[in-house]
Design a protein around this ligand. Structure first.
Ligand code: J2J
Length: 573
């Protein structure tokens, strides 16, 4: 039985995946103990000065799971999990699986807007926070949300950090280290039920939740780990935040642990930290977004770190320029693996035996023989000839059949026969390799972070003085894309400058990575023949200051006033 609000695979499809051995009836909560039985004293996790064996990890997971049960966490409960790359992330996620609860993975950069939405949508009964982290008081946010949302009964605060009113005895705030009790015999999870929720990169004003089942995620991680040749000698560096599907399960943390390897958690993806860890821990595999790869290449010229252990660098999450791709092997001394993926499911990767041209210019083949991929004309839905670009549609044993509690959106995001409309434009080579050509979804991919234009627009129009807002990506050499906002101000009211807009959005509690990089006021917005805002025209205008802002309409009304861009921030991924 699947959790209410989720869409199961049709029974005969599920049966097919079981018969083919893709779904093997695995409960993610049982994995740490199974791994301990297989790999015992070997090092599972390296986090800061700590080295945690498989035995120790399983013991901690058992104790924490019992601790959660003692704190009132019940099977089926949703718990928002917002921790950085620390051992507690891994321990807590598996302890929640073990207790039958369903973690909802949140980014540490999420603020009140995002976390409130995640708590509300999931009906979360708990929120796990890092206390005071990078200057933000997550415990205070937890208190505020608990006051607003009756379902939210506990805020669990990570060990060793502080925050407003941590553990002051009112029973709401509980230190994570106290979530610890004598192990209990706990019931197993139904492998076809939801294990946890990932956040969608989104296309709508409100982010969506992606239910991932025990069986589908176990299959994804096992398959990718197998294809990546992972084994007990492998050392995976989690350079990206572990709540990102790429770092958690592609093969990432879960795939590496399933193979008896060692996971090294990097506090952030900077070259300084990561090069030091690659050298010290003899890392063999890591995964980054193109922006991080570019930073590493720049830094490589100044660093004498020994990176000779690194065999494979996976790059994915955003378009990889062939020019950057070509620099990886010669300058970092490792093999490049291109990865195209999505929290919703489908993963494609280049393989070790692919010819060099395919590795540089394609995103490789789907990881499962059961992945079904269609390229269709976005307006008619008809398949396009091989080699031509169209919208990528997919279904398969680890691709969702519906977002959580989103029936109306699901009716648009899936075809009647269950294919997920990815919103990506792609083509397939005659050899069956995917080439990402662009996208039709209304999303900005800024250094690997996904920002739904509609979400930022919905916040911008709440700022006094703003009548209409349209957000589009603008190409950027360093981040790939930046966020460009076209705005129409209200007559008689002062048009707020970019700094005031950002301050207003931050004040509303929107995560920093979603703030516009540039704002331009225009007299009106261009419309398509159907009367929708013409984002193609706006994207062209954002990229070219000379582009006429009269949008081909008469009479021309310039009134454009560009505001200076922000300084380059460090990428969060
Ligand atoms: C162009 N665009 C890409 C690529 C993803 C592995 C790797 C990435 C993700 C991920 C992931 C791209 N070239 N190589 O979950 O396990 C864009 C597409 C896609 C969206 C999904 C994984 N790789 N993209 O990035 O859910 O637009 O997952 O639909 O964050 O990123 O974003 P997300």
């Amino acid at each position: 039985m699947m959790l209410d609000g989720c869409t199961p695979w049709p029974a005969e499809t599920a049966e097919r995946y079981r018969r083919a051995g893709q779904w093997r009836g695995i409960d993610l909560g049982s994995l740490p103990r199974a791994w301990a039985d297989a790999y015992g004293a070997a090092t599972a996790l390296v986090a800061g000065p700590e080295r945690i064996s498989y035995d120790e990890l399983a013991d901690r997971v058992d104790r924490r799971a019992a601790g959660f049960v003692r704190e009132g966490v019940r099977p089926g409960d949703r718990i928002v999990l917002q921790l950085p790359n620390v051992a507690q992330f891994v321990e807590t996620a598996f302890a929640l699986f073990r207790a039958g609860a369903k973690p909802v993975f949140s980014l540490t950069s999420h603020r009140a807007q995002e976390v409130r939405h995640l708590c509300e949508l999931s009906g979360a009964s708990g929120y796990v926070v890092p206390g005071l982290f990078r200057g933000f008081d997550h415990t205070a946010l937890g208190r505020q949300l608990a006051a607003e949302l009756p379902a939210l009964r506990r805020v669990f605060v990570m060990d060793g950090t502080s925050g407003t009113g941590a553990a002051d005895g009112d029973g709401l705030v509980v230190p994570l280290e106290k979530v610890d009790a004598e192990p209990l015999p706990l019931p197993a999870n139904d492998p076809s039920d939801v294990a946890f929720f990932l956040l969608s990169g989104g296309t709508t004003a409100l982010p969506k939740l992606i239910p991932r089942t025990h069986d589908d995620y176990a299959y994804q991680t096992r398959t990718v780990a197998g294809q990546s040749g992972l084994g007990p000698g492998s050392v995976y560096l989690a350079a990206l935040p572990v709540e990102f599907n790429f770092a958690w399960g592609c093969p990432g943390v879960v795939g590496t642990l399933s193979s008896g390897g060692t996971v090294v958690l990097a506090p952030d993806p900077t070259a300084d930290d990561c090069f030091r860890l690659i050298e010290a821990e003899r890392v063999t595999l890591t995964s980054v977004v193109p922006t991080v790869a570019r930073l590493w290449l720049e830094e490589r010229q100044w660093s004498d770190a020994d990176l000779s252990s690194l065999e494979v660098l996976q790059i994915g999450g955003a378009r990889l320029e062939p020019e950057l791709a070509a620099r990886i092997a010669p300058e970092l001394g490792c093999r490049l693996q291109q990865v195209f993926g999505m929290a919703e499911g489908l993963l494609t990767m280049t393989r070790p035996d692919d010819d060099p041209h395919a590795v540089l210019h394609t995103q490789g083949r789907p990881v499962s023989e059961a992945d079904e991929v269609l390229i269709v004309d976005p307006s008619t839905g008809a398949p396009v000839p091989v080699g031509e670009a169209g919208e990528l549609l997919t279904r398969g044993p680890y691709t969702l059949r519906g977002y959580y509690r989103a029936p109306e959106h699901n009716a648009r995001a899936f075809t009647e026969d269950g294919f997920y409309r990815t919103g990506d434009l792609a083509s397939i080579t005659p050899e069956g390799r995917l080439v990402v050509e662009g996208r039709i979804k209304d999303v900005v991919i800024r250094g690997g972070d996904k920002i739904a234009a509609g979400e930022v627009e919905a916040h911008l129009v709440t700022v006094p003085g703003i009548a209409t807002a349209a957000v589009v990506p603008v190409p950027d050499e360093f981040l790939g894309e930046r966020i460009y906002a076209f705005l129409v101000s209200r007559a008689e009211e002062e048009a707020p400058p970019l700094s005031a807009l950002k301050a207003a959005l931050q004040e509303r509690g929107l995560a920093d990575f979603k703030l516009p990089d540039r704002a331009e006021y225009v007299a009106d917005l261009p419309l398509t023949p159907l009367g929708k805002i013409d984002k193609k025209v706006l994207s062209a205008a954002a990229a070219d200051p000379e582009y006429s802002r009269d949008w081909g309409q008469a009479p021309p009304t310039p009134a454009a006033a560009a505001v200076a861009p922000a300084p380059v921030p460090a990428p969060t991924r």
